[in-house]
Design a protein around this ligand. Structure first.
Ligand SMILES: Nc1ncnc2c1ncn2[C@@H]1O[C@H](COP(=O)(O)OP(=O)(O)OP(=O)(O)O)[C@@H](O)[C@H]1O
Ligand SMILES: O=C(O)c1ccc[n+]([C@@H]2O[C@H](COP(=O)([O-])O)[C@@H](O)[C@H]2O)c1
Length: 221
C-alpha cells in the first residue's frame, strides 16, 4: 500500500533541484461538500501547489460530543468527490492509525516521508484555525508545515489569526487567503438528508448517490 497516497508518494524525487508544494486538506468530511473542494482548489491555485492530499480524520476527538459516521464511509465519499481532479488524492493514513487523530502526528509522518524539496501546506478554515491553540502539540505545528487559513462565512479570520499566533512558541506566520464564500457545512447537509431535502449541487453527485445507497444520516447528531 502507498505510504501517504499513491498519486503523490514520489513527489520531490523527479527533480531534486526543484521545490514542490503539497497541500493537505484535513477534515472530518461527514460528508465532504463543495465548500471543502472549492477551498482546496482555490488554495492550490493561489499557492501554486503541485497537489492536495485530502486527509479524512480517523477519530476526530473534538467531535466526540456528537455522532460521526464510520471512517470507511467518510473515506469512500471523499474518494468519490476528488476522483475527477488529477491534482487531488485521498490518504488513509489517519483512518488506518489507531486512537484519536492528531494533526501533529500526521505532519510528522508526512515530513519524514517527503524529501526536503517538498514543502507542506496544511489548509484550514477560519473555524478550525480558531481552535488550534487546543490541538495536540500546537507549538510544534508551525515548524512542520505552512498553515493556510481560509475565510469561511460566519467565522472571524482575526480571531483565527490571534489563536494561531498564541499556539506558536516562535511567531510562525499564518498565510491567509480570502476565498469564494460558500456558506455550506456538513451539518447542513446531514440535516437536509434527514429531512428528506435535496443536497444536489452542494456535493458532487456520486456523493449524493453514496449517501442514498448507504442510508446515511437517518438520525440527529
Ligand atoms: N464552506 C467552507 N468554506 C471554507 N472552509 C470550509 C468550509 N467548510 C469546511 N471548511 C473547512 O474544511 C475543514 C474540514 O471541515 P469539516 O469536515 O469539519 O466540515 P464542516 O462543514 O465544518 O463540518 P460540520 O458541519 O460537521 O462541523 C475545516 O478546516 C473547515 O474549516
Ligand atoms: O490535532 C488536533 O488536536 C486536532 C484537533 C482538531 C482538529 N484537527 C484537525 O483539523 C482538521 C479539521 O477538523 P474538523 O474537526 O473541523 O473536521 C482535521 O484535519 C482535524 O484532524 C486536529
Amino acid at each position: 500500500m502507498a505510504a501517504i497516497c499513491e498519486r503523490f508518494d514520489t513527489l520531490g524525487l523527479e527533480d531534486p533541484s526543484r521545490t514542490y508544494r503539497l497541500g493537505i486538506m484535513g477534515g472530518t468530511f461527514d460528508p465532504i461538500h463543495m465548500g471543502h473542494l472549492s477551498c482546496a482548489e482555490e488554495v492550490a491555485d493561489a499557492f501554486h501547489l503541485d497537489g492536495v492530499v485530502f486527509m479524512p480524520a480517523g477519530d476526530p476527538w473534538m467531535k466526540h460530543n456528537r455522532r460521526v459516521s464510520g471512517a470507511e464511509d467518510r473515506f469512500a465519499m471523499t474518494r468519490l468527490a476528488v476522483a475527477d481532479n488529477p491534482k487531488f488524492c485521498v490518504s488513509r493514513i489517519e483512518i488506518d492509525r489507531a486512537g484519536e487523530t492528531y494533526t501533529v502526528d500526521t505532519l510528522r509522518i508526512m515530513r519524514s516521508h517527503y524529501p526536503d524539496n517538498v514543502e507542506l501546506y496544511f489548509i484550514s478554515g477560519a473555524d478550525a484555525i480558531a481552535n488550534i491553540a487546543s490541538w495536540r502539540g500546537a507549538a510544534e505545528l508551525g515548524a512542520l508545515a505552512h498553515f493556510v487559513g481560509v475565510t469561511r462565512p460566519g467565522y472571524s479570520m482575526d480571531r483565527a489569526r490571534e489563536e494561531y499566533l498564541r499556539s506558536q512558541e516562535d511567531l510562525f506566520d499564518l498565510h491567509q487567503l480570502e476565498i469564494t464564500a460558500l456558506a455550506i457545512s456538513s451539518t447542513d447537509l446531514r440535516t437536509k438528508v434527514r429531512n428528506g431535502q435535496s443536497i444536489r449541487y452542494l456535493t458532487p453527485q456520486p456523493v449524493v448517490e453514496y449517501i442514498q445507497e448507504h442510508g446515511l444520516y437517518p438520525l440527529e447528531d
